[in-house]
Design a protein. Structure first.
Length: 111
């Protein structure tokens, strides 16, 4: 099997609702990841593009978070409505979605 063209890690971490950091998947049902998987399949990109469940990516305050490799693109505040354009614009066309991008200077900065 050839290497993946893109590998998307979708945070599916769930914490108790009273946790001050929040969590990307408060329901614990992996809904966002499943949207990615469905969109990859719908666009015929499987198995060259893969969306994997990830534990906490440590950018909780900016969630829901997904990171795409090899582009090394971090997106925050991702909702199901963003998934089609992430797949088309970033994964397929190689463009950055500025409205979702977590800038390098905001990564790994805990409050
Ligand atoms: S809970 Fe998603 S980045 Fe921490």
């Amino acid at each position: 099997m050839s290497k993946f063209e893109s590998h998307i890690f979708v945070c599916c971490n769930r914490r108790a609702t009273e946790n001050p950091r929040g969590s990307c998947d408060p329901s614990g049902c992996e809904k966002l990841r499943n949207y990615f998987k469905a969109e990859i399949t719908r666009r015929g990109r499987k198995p060259r593009v893969r969306a994997n469940k990830a534990g906490c990516l440590d950018q909780c305050e900016l969630g829901p978070v997904a990171v795409i490799y090899p582009q090394k693109t971090w997106y925050g505040g991702v909702g199901e409505q963003d998934v089609p354009r992430i797949i088309q614009d970033t994964v397929i066309d190689g463009k950055i979605l500025e409205d979702l991008l977590i800038a390098d200077e905001k990564l790994n900065v805990r409050k």
